[in-house]
Design a protein around this ligand. Structure first.
Ligand code: AMP
Ligand code: ZN
Length: 473
């Protein structure tokens, strides 16, 4: 299996550090507003990656953090006259609800920054002891020039950074490219004691401290949206590799492309976002998943209603196939004399299955994998509609294929083969009642025809003084 690694800028064979275990950290949201489709994209992508790894028998340990200390949270809480914690609690709850509705499997742990300030302080102390961080008037900073590998993830060089104004202008730090680890408290802000004075952690340090705390000094996958490559992940690498003295801190760096609206990134700060809640109300959550999976996770994705409606049609088509196959399977048998169409259909499903895996093994190419899902859907529908004696083996293979797809893509959860079973039972009972009425009217020919036709499809009626019962042959 190959994964595109932002660190090496190429697709690499995936070999986890520790055999069967995959340790994975995905940067979580800054919780000051409702989650939007951009978040949905990133977390559905990593959920699909996680599901595929689990399908391949890896045991995945996934950590997603909550950034609950941040300027935007403090400002929004002040506007609303509530505490930052109240604001964060509200949006954490809302985020987790959205994730559940989207069939995103829960992470093992969702650590919050506000509950890890001690770990962060110890981390910063080590960076200072090692000579890579210094205390300034307004906080503690990381001395970027000292870390020779700086820029290896984003390929940025320091001169470009400064020329491109991609650094915070601040005369209090030694060099313009240095980034904050700890910010001294301003009035009316949440604050914690530290060896350098009261204050709060800056942004990047949280993911280094919590990543190492829960996943160890080196782990397999670290992910987030494209916007996090620089400076967030670049800074995480610098801090972590200095702290542990080991490199690489993370083996595979994975980044998702943006959901775009009118050529701009969908974002809370631009205000051009559509919340997941609104979308889930309007469309089914599986429609949203399919819409997202129809595009490769690294490519930008344009938000459009047509795209969602298209995904809705596609999902309905797949559900119809599932019901069609499931209904046919009950009256089918395993054949010994195969027709050409039986052999060809089985072969198509088998090849599609292999191609599905090949596509997923190629950096989780979900749009390519979906092509084979639709291929199986078309082929099996044609088979059911044209074969007068469909082979149970073929139908079972198709159903197994769709179950596998559903498990990896987090769809088809509303398909319950018992639905059809319920209908089957109801229909048989309707026929039994009609047959009883026919017998009362002495219309024995038609009553016998019902009994015989049911027997032909494997249902045996047995009359007894208590009434008629049925069983499957
Ligand atoms: P934030 O809430 O901005 O801290 O973002 C949380 C995660 O969602 C990060 O990994 C972001 O990169 C990702 N994200 C935010 N907006 C988008 C978007 N429009 N498209 C894809 N991912 C996004
Ligand atoms: Zn992070």
């Amino acid at each position: 299996m190959k994964i595109y690694n932002t660190l090496t800028k190429k697709k690499e064979e995936f070999n986890p550090i520790d055999g069967h275990e995959v340790k994975m950290y995905v940067c979580g949201p800054t919780v000051y507003d409702y989650a939007h489709l951009g978040h949905g994209r990133t977390y559905v992508a990593f959920d699909t990656i996680r599901r595929y790894l689990e399908h391949k028998n890896y045991i995945v340990k996934l950590i997603i953090n909550f950034t609950d200390i941040d300027d935007k949270i403090i400002n929004r809480a002040n506007e609303k006259r509530i505490t930052p914690k109240e604001l964060a609690d509200k949006f954490i709850k809302s985020f987790l609800e959205d994730m559940e509705k989207l069939n995103i499997k829960p992470a093992e742990l969702y650590p919050r920054v506000s509950e890890h300030v001690d770990d962060i302080i110890k981390f910063i102390e080590t960076l200072i002891e090692k000579g890579y961080a210094y205390v300034a008037d307004d906080g503690v900073y990381f001395d970027v020039k000292k870390f020779g590998d700086y820029g290896k993830l984003s390929n940025i060089n320091l001169d470009e950074m400064i020329a491109g104004h991609r650094v915070e202008k601040n005369l209090k730090k030694k060099n313009p490219e240095d980034f904050a680890l700890w910010k001294f408290a301003k009035p009316n802000e949440p604050k914690w004691d530290s060896p350098w004075g009261e204050g709060r952690p800056a942004w990047h340090i949280e993911c280094s401290a919590m990543g190492i705390k829960y996943l160890g000094e080196q782990f397999d996958i670290h992910g987030g949206g494209n916007d996090l490559i620089f400076p967030h992940h670049e800074n995480e690498i610098a801090q972590s590799e200095v702290y542990t003295g080991r490199s690489p801190w993370v083996k595979y760096w994975m980044h998702t492309g943006f959901v775009m609206v009118d050529r701009e990134k969908m974002s809370k700060s631009l205000g051009n976002f559509i919340t997941l809640k609104d979308l889930i109300d309007k469309y089914d959550s599986e429609v949203i998943r399919l819409f997202l999976l129809q595009r490769h996770y690294r490519s930008p994705l344009d938000y459009s209603e047509e795209g969602l409606l298209d995904a809705k049609t596609n999902l309905e088509k797949l559900y119809n196939t599932l019901k069609n196959v499931d209904a046919t399977i009950r009256s089918s048998h395993i054949k010994h004399n195969l027709d050409d169409i039986d052999i060809k259909t089985y072969e198509t499903i088998r090849n599609a299955w292999i191609n599905f895996y090949n596509a997923m093994d190629d950096d989780f190419n979900t749009p390519e994998a979906l092509k084979y899902v639709f291929e199986v859907s078309n082929v099996i529908n044609r088979y059911v509609n044209t074969s007068n004696n469909p082979n149970k083996s073929v139908l079972t293979k198709a159903l197994d294929f769709f179950k596998m797809v559903g498990e990896i893509f987090g769809i088809f959860n509303k398909f319950d083969s018992k639905d059809n079973e319920g209908i089957e039972e109801d229909l048989i009972n309707i026929l039994i009642n009609i047959r009883a009425k026919l017998k009362k009217e002495k219309n024995y020919n038609l009553a016998d025809e019902i009994r015989d036709e049911l027997k032909n499809i494997g249902i045996q009626l047995e009359d007894s003084p208590k009434g008629t019962i049925w069983k499957k042959l």
